[in-house]
Design a protein around this ligand. Structure first.
Ligand code: NAD
Length: 266
């Protein structure tokens, strides 16, 4: 985002190969940028071809775009194979692609079950596909770090539409379910639960329902936050992701790193 300040060049992910889904925009894009600045090669896997190739071009020679709809297992498998074919390995798989779905505010009476299926397909099935195929290529190397983007809507009820919230409650469960098995192969898995960040996903949703300006939305999010004097930005999630992806976190697995300025602590 415009207000984000990158850490600048570093070597915390030097020589690592990372695949990030949903990296054309928002949190995924900020993470891709930070990963590149920390020395990684990044595969930007996204269902939006135009935005994805634009983001890859913006991030320079260490970023490549691959078209991938995470609801199609074959496309996830191909994206993972592309990373390995190009760079010889996959060190980091970041399952970040997600959608909110149209229903807001939450109303069980208005729940559209087709919409529920669609959100679960992207946020949960897409994540499972990413984990499955990352483990396939990481297992022979006895190493790897898998990340997923969960949410504070998966910690407290009532914050998001039901399909979205349910999908996000599922992610820390997936992490725990998979972590013990893959730890036998030296692979780590963790998720990050961000507070609200005015990414295109959030701004488009709020503008549609409330018909308000971006500035109003940003102020409202700031007022909602518990931690005063700071805003939650995409770079804050990117930095958490760099840490969990790096060897600095070599004994951290099965964890949900909540980046919410204590919002869910009351
Ligand atoms: P965003 O809309 O800016 O970015 C999401 C990206 O995912 C887009 O580039 C989109 O094209 C891509 N995508 C959507 N469906 C896809 C699919 N089927 N296959 C591949 N790519 C697909 O949104 P964001 O806010 O950066 O969200 C990223 C993740 O962070 C999501 O999982 C979201 O649920 C989560 N999250 C966001 C917030 C927030 O406040 N922004 C808070 C908590 C969690």
């Amino acid at each position: 985002s415009a207000t984000s300040t990158a850490l600048g060049g570093g070597s915390r992910l030097e020589g690592k190969v990372a695949l990030i889904t949903g990296a054309a925009s928002g949190i995924g894009k900020a993470s891709a940028r930070e990963f590149v600045q920390q020395g990684a090669h990044v595969i930007i896997a996204d269902s939006d071809k135009e935005m994805g190739s634009h983001t890859a071009a913006e991030l320079g020679a260490r970023a490549n775009f691959v078209h991938c709809d995470v609801t199609e297992e074959s496309q996830v498998a191909e994206a993972v194979d592309f990373a390995v074919a190009r760079h010889g390995k996959l060190d980091i798989m970041y399952n970040n692609a997600g959608i909110v779905g149209p229903s807001f505010p939450p109303s069980i009476a208005d729940l559209n079950l087709d919409e529920f299926d669609r959100v679960m397909r992207v946020n949960v099935r897409g994540t499972m596909a990413g984990i499955k195929h990352a483990v396939r290529v990481m297992k022979p190397t006895h190493a790897g770090s898998i990340l997923c983007t969960a949410s504070i809507t998966g910690i407290l009820g009532g914050l998001g539409p039901h399909p979205y919230s349910v999908s996000k409650f599922t992610l820390p469960g997936i992490v725990k379910s998979v972590a013990s098995e893959i730890s036998q192969d030296g692979i780590r898995i963790n998720c990050i639960s961000p507070f609200v960040i005015p990414t295109p996903l959030v701004v488009a949703q709020m503008q549609k329902f409330y018909g308000v300006e971006r500035e109003w939305i940003e102020n409202m999010i700031y007022e909602l936050g518990e931690l005063k004097g700071a805003k939650c930005e995409d770079i804050d999630i990117a930095r958490a992701a760099v840490f969990l992806a790096s060897d600095e976190a070599k004994y951290i697995s099965g964890h949900n790193l909540v980046v919410d300025g204590a919002f869910t602590c009351f």
